[in-house]
Ligand binder design. Structure first.
Ligand code: GDP
Length: 235
């Protein structure tokens, strides 16, 4: 494999010194390297209640949050190059749970239930709030939250409540703008500035993504890898 890769680099890279007897040096192409290689993914189970089951803490966790239909399952599938997450997360009953996936036996990818269904009762909304807030607040393994926003729309009140909660808890937040393929180049530049300002984050915390074209997948993967590699903050 290593030999094959070397040949590939020699074939595509720029050869600086190819004199007979001297090993040629080549310029590597870092863009071809996947920042988050997914070797193994396993569904561990769902947490249905604030005081209910959850996997034993230990591995670092990154949670994905957004209103329903924002494109979360599509993006997660794209991120891990598998359809496993949508299959689990769209199963009736699981849509209201916090679903835990172990990735490479190294970290937990946590799929928070989508919020914002207009039809949902007040009671259900407060259950949702308790479940999510309980999970986020009492979790020393949580390294960050990826908050998804639809690129075409302003953040909803629920989205803004989530940003306030994350700021209050002090969890690092990344923002993904989903369905970016639906915007023109001009609209996307304006929308990145507008959404960053509305959510109180820096523009470089916003990652434009498309589950259709695959744009942003590697940027998101690199940000996650950096988040997971960062030393834990002192208590
Ligand atoms: P979820 O409810 O947040 O998990 O959202 P889904 O992943 O199920 O996506 C909701 C709808 O948006 C589906 O019809 C998807 O096909 C569509 N969708 C998701 N991501 C994208 C995207 O990046 N681009 C476009 N054009 N459509 C998308």
């Amino acid at each position: 494999m290593a030999g094959h890769r070397k040949r590939e680099l020699a074939a595509h890279g720029r050869v600086d010194r190819a004199a007979a007897g001297a090993a040629p040096t080549v310029e590597a192409k870092p863009a071809t390297k996947d920042p988050l290689v997914i070797r193994h993914i396993e569904f561990l189970g769902g947490m249905a209640k604030a005081d209910g089951w959850r996997p034993p803490p230990g591995l670092p966790e990154v949670a994905f949050s957004g209103r329903s239909n924002v494109g979360k399952s599509s993006l997660l599938n794209k991120l891990v190059h598998r359809r496993a997450i949508a299959r689990v997360s769209k199963t009736p009953g699981r849509t209201r749970e916090i679903n835990f996936f172990a990735v490479n036996h190294e970290f937990l990818l946590v799929d928070l239930p989508g919020y914002g269904f207009a039809k949902v009762s007040k009671e259900r909304k407060s259950e949702w709030g308790e479940l999510i807030e309980g999970y986020l607040r009492h979790n020393p393994s949580l390294r960050g939250v990826v908050q998804l926003l639809d690129a075409r729309h302003d953040p909803t009140d629920d989205d803004l409540r989530m940003f306030n909660l994350l700021a209050d808890i002090g969890v690092p937040a990344l923002v993904v703008m989903t369905k970016i393929d639906k915007l023109t180049a001009k609209q996307r530049a304006q929308q990145i500035t507008a959404l960053a300002a509305q959510c109180g984050v820096a523009e470089d915390q916003v990652i434009p993504c498309s589950a259709v074209t695959g744009e942003g997948r590697d940027d998101l993967a690199a940000s996650l890898a950096a988040l997971l590699a960062a030393p834990e903050e002192a208590e």
